[in-house]
Design a protein around this ligand. Structure first.
Ligand code: AKG
Ligand code: FE2
Length: 198
């Protein structure tokens, strides 16, 4: 390896029972604000509802599913739209940075500080037992919280504009993660989680 290689690389974040790695800025040909603007414009955003105690409840965020594989979660099936050229460019950068391959992306838009994502593990069967999930953020910083399922451990990571977080190994088996609502004003944030669906 070239010691003077300027190419930034993913840095492991020490965590037990899983793997995490972070890159503050994913190398892309476009500036982050341009990517954010285009993701907001070009994505077929929907506010999905989930069934809670027998009643449909709107999710507190917008989302969209793109790529090459049908996806099921919370008992619902989502048909993907084909990848856009911008998504393919981001996917290529993510694959180069992580050395992993992906065939699908879930996009989430947090319109402001009141939008959130409940605690969950990305452990659907079609992701496999030790899925690699690459999370890329554009726009406002939000705190990504990980809670261990059986140990009294919590990890908080600020996911900043242009950053890449890789979750891998047994992380989804042992941890849940989510994004809480905040009281401090936050601008719009788009997060993409790239996945490999069997
Ligand atoms: O917005 C985030 O950083 C989390 C997204 C997430 O957990 C997911 O899409 O499964
Ligand atoms: Fe997730």
């Amino acid at each position: 390896m070239d010691l003077f290689d300027a190419e930034p690389t993913l840095q492991p974040i020490p965590v037990e029972d899983g793997e995490l790695a972070f890159l503050p800025q994913l190398p892309l040909a476009l500036p982050n604000d341009e990517v954010l603007r285009r993701l907001l414009d070009e994505t077929a955003w929907r506010q999905e509802s989930i069934i809670l105690y027998g009643k449909p409840v709107l999710q507190p965020r917008l989302s969209a599913w793109y790529g090459e594989a049908v996806y099921t979660y919370s008992g619902r099936t989502f048909q993907p739209l084909p990848f856009t050229p911008l998504q393919l460019a981001i996917k290529q950068a993510v694959e180069a940075a992580t050395g992993r391959r992906f065939n699908s992306v879930l996009l989430n838009c947090y319109r402001d500080e009141r939008d959130s994502m409940g605690f969950h593990s990305d452990d659907e069967r079609e992701l496999g037992r030790e899925p690699a999930i690459a999370s890329v953020t554009f726009g406002a910083t939000r705190t990504f919280i990980l809670k261990h399922k059986t140990l009294p451990k919590t990890l908080k990571l600020d996911l900043t504009d242009g950053s890449l977080l890789l979750m891998a190994g047994t992380l989804q088996q042992h941890w849940r993660h989510g994004i809480n609502k905040e009281t401090k004003p936050r601008g719009v944030r788009v997060n993409l989680t790239f996945r490999l669906i069997a």
